[in-house]
Design a protein around this ligand. Sequence first.
Ligand code: 2M8
Length: 451
Amino acid sequence: MQPEDIIARAAEVLRENDMGEWTRASPTLYPHQWSWDTAFIAIGLAHLDSGRAAREILTLLQYQWKNGKIPHIVFNPDAPPESYFPGPEHWASAADSPDAPSGPSLTSGLCQPPVHAIAARHLLTVAEARGEGVAEAREFLGEVYPKLFAWHRYLATARDPESSGLVTIYHPWESGTDNSPRWTSALERVEVGEIPDYERLDLDHIPDPAERPTGYEYDRFIWLVEVIKHARCDDTVLYRTSPFLAKDVLASAILVRANEALLDVTEVVGAPEEEGTMIRAWIERGRKGLDERWDPGLGLCLDYDLRAGEPLAARTIAGFAPLIAGTGRAECLERLLRVFESHAFTGNPDLRRPLPPSTSPNDMGFLPRNYWRGPVWPVMNWLFWWSLERSGEQKRAARLKDCALGQLSDGRFGEYYEPFTGEALGSDDQSWTAAVALDWLAEGEQPLPTL
Ligand code: 2M8
C-alpha cells in the first residue's frame, strides 16, 4: 500500500467506527468508548476534522467522575447485548459511589493512562500548522482545561497519597497493558475470592484464544473488579483493601508529559498562576519518582508492588518510561537507548521489523502472539516515536516511524502484530492504529480526506 492508500484506509476505519460523537475502539471486540484510545483517536482525527476531534474528547469528559477521575470505559447503551464482558450491567454498582457521575450507570470504575492533555494540546498544534480552526482550538482548550486539571489533580493526590510522583493502580486494566508480565508476580499474590460465573465474550471476536489473556488472568481481573466495586471505588478504602496495589511507571511517565502539555494550556487559557505552580511541581515530582525506580542492572525503570514492598522486575516496554517522560538524566537516557536497540528489544535479529516488542523476547513471560506479552503495538510505536522526537533523537524517531508505517501497509490496522512474522493479531480495524497512521502521514505531500 502507498501512503495515500494508507491514509484513505485509515480514514475509512475511523469512519466505520464513528458512533456520532465518539469512536468505538474497534468494530466488534471493543464496541464502547475507551479512555486512552479516545485520546489517541483524537490525535488522528485532528487531521481530518478538528471539530469532530474536539467532540471525541468532550464526549468522554461528560462522564468524568466528581473526584476528577476519567473512567476507563464509557459504555455504549446501543452495543449489542452480550458483546463485551464485563459490560455496563457488571459495573452497575459502581454508580453507588458518591463520586460517580449522576445519571444511569454508564462507566466503569477504573481509569487508564492520562494521554488526554497531550491530545488536547495536539489539536491546537495541528490547527496552527494548518492555519485553520485556531480560534476554535483555543476555545476548546478553555473548555477542557478545568476538567483536565481536575483529572491530573486526582492522579497526583488520590492516586499518589505518598507524594512519590508515581501513579497507583488497583487493576492491570488501569495500566492499559493488561496481561503484561509487568503484573505477573503481583497477580500471583492475589488470592481469588468468590467470583460470579462469567463468559469470555472477547474470545468470540478473535480467531485464536492464544492471542488473549488466559483464564487464570481473567479470574484475577474479575476478582479485582469485585473488590473495587465492594469498596464503592473509594480510593482510601482501596488503599487499605485492594490485594493489587502497584505504582505504574508507564502511566506516571505519560502523566509527566501530559502535565507539560497542560502547562502549555495554562498559558493559552490564562489559568490562575497557582495552578501553573502546582503543575510544575507535579512534573518535577514525577521525574524524581521515575528516577527512583531505575534499575541499573536491567537498564530499565521498574513498576513497584506496594503490597509486597518490592519492585516488579520484568523486561517490557514500560521500562522505557524515563524516555517517555523525558527524564533529566543524560546517562540514563543513553543507557535506555542502548537497551532499546539491543537484542533484548528492537535489535533482536529475528524480528520482522526493528520495532519494540511489548515484552522483550529475553523475558521469561514473553509470548509472541499473546496480547501485551510480546506483540508489537502500533500505538506504542507512536508513543516512542513522539518521545524520541521530543528527546532530540530525530533520526531514531524517523527510522521508527518508517518501520511502523511499513508494518501498517498491510492495510489491516491490527490491534497488535506478531514481532517475528509481522502478522496482524487481535482485532482488525482498530481505531487507535488508524489514528496514529493518520498522524504520521498527515505531514506528507498527500492530500487528506475529510471524515
Ligand atoms: C484492551 O483492554 C480491554 C480492557 O480495558 C480488554 O482487553 O477488554 C487494552 O489493550 C487497553 O489498553 C485498550 O484501551 C482496550 C481498548 O482498545 O483494549
